[in-house]
Structure formats: C-alpha cells, structure tokens
Design a binder for this molecule. Structure first.
Ligand code: SF4
Ligand code: SF4
Length: 66
C-alpha cells in the first residue's frame, strides 16, 4: 500500500513553496521535484498523514504489486 497523488486534483497547495504533504510525511517519502510532488514508494508506510492533510483530496492510499 502506498500513497498515490492524483495530479489532476493537486494544486500544489496553491503553489506554496512548501506543500503540505511534503511537510506532513513523517518519513520524508514525499518530495517536491520539478514543480511536482512525488512519492518514493519504497519508503511510504501508508499512514495517510499526507492524505488527511491534503486540501485538494488529491492523495489516495492504493494497493501495489511489486
Ligand atoms: S497536499 Fe495535496 S494539494 Fe498539496 S501538494 Fe500535496 S497532493 Fe498537492
Ligand atoms: S502515506 Fe504516510 S508515509 Fe506515505 S507518503 Fe503519505 S505521509 Fe508519507
């Protein structure tokens, strides 16, 4: 299970330089790269702290098959 960003919904928190999900993730599994937030899947522990905090409801926890 990992967090997945829906880029159609994500507004980068209104273009703030510090996106909320990046700030909320306790293990730094979300980073801002090239004006896009990205989840490092192998780090993510599916705690959903990012999803609860996202103002755009743009993060879902999904199942992945490795
Ligand atoms: S908190 Fe939501 S809107 Fe803000 S950057 Fe993360 S996914 Fe995008
Ligand atoms: S689900 Fe938890 S560990 Fe995974 S990216 Fe979100 S805040 Fe980080």
């Amino acid at each position: 299970m990992v967090a997945e960003i829906d880029y159609k919904k994500c507004t980068l928190c209104g273009s703030y330089s510090e996106p909320i999900c990046v700030d909320k993730c306790p293990i730094n599994a979300i980073t801002l790269r090239n004006k896009k937030v990205e989840v490092t899947e192998f780090l993510c522990e599916d705690c959903n702290e990012c999803g609860c905090a996202c103002p755009d409801n743009a993060i879902k926890i999904i199942k992945v098959t490795w």
